[in-house]
Structure formats: structure tokens, C-alpha cells
Design a protein. Structure first.
Length: 100
């Protein structure tokens, strides 16, 4: 190999090292963000599990309930278990009195 070819290879190696370093930094940022979201979700679930109040969320898309979540306290207020709401996403709506 000529001196010029060796120099070109060295330059390419330097660039590859920079690219690998940049990719690793990007991966680490993504991994940290994903870990933060997972930890936050786990804290939320633990908090909800220990609350005695009836806490629920309803995700509405195009005017229709597509997903509901009912915390453990729902059975004390409504008489229905969380799993029953999972089986019938419209159950929460059917419990509302017609005059309300």
C-alpha cells in the first residue's frame, strides 16, 4: 500500500470512530428516555393500586370510547371490577343516568 492509501484508510477509520461515537450517544439518549418513561409508568401504576378513590381514564377517538382504565377503587363505587370495564368499554357510559 502506498502512503496515500494508508492515509486515506486512517481518515476513514477516524470518521468511522466518530460515527460510532455519535450512534452510541444517540442510543444512550433514547435508552435513557425509554427508561424514564417506563419508571414513570410503573410509579403511576403503584400509586393507582394503593389509592382507594375511584380513578378512571377514558380515551376517546372520533367521538367513541376506544379504551378505558378503571383503578381498583372502582368496585367500591360502581360494584364492577376493572376487568368488567376491560371486557365492555361502554360499561362506564351505560351507568350514567339518562337525566345526567
Amino acid at each position: 500500500m502506498t502512503k496515500l492509501e494508508n492515509q486515506q484508510i486512517l481518515e476513514e477509520l477516524k470518521q468511522l470512530r466518530k460515527d460510532v461515537k455519535r450512534l452510541n450517544e444517540s442510543y444512550n439518549r433514547t435508552s435513557n428516555a425509554e427508561r424514564s418513561v417506563t419508571e414513570s409508568e410503573n410509579r403511576y401504576r403503584r400509586l393507582i393500586r394503593y389509592l382507594t378513590d375511584y380513578i378512571y381514564t377514558v380515551q376517546v377517538k372520533d367521538g367513541e370510547a376506544v379504551e378505558t382504565y378503571h383503578g381498583p377503587g372502582c368496585v367500591a363505587v360502581t360494584g364492577y371490577q376493572s376487568e368488567e370495564y376491560d371486557a365492555d368499554p361502554d360499561l362506564w357510559f351505560s351507568m350514567v343516568h339518562n337525566a345526567d
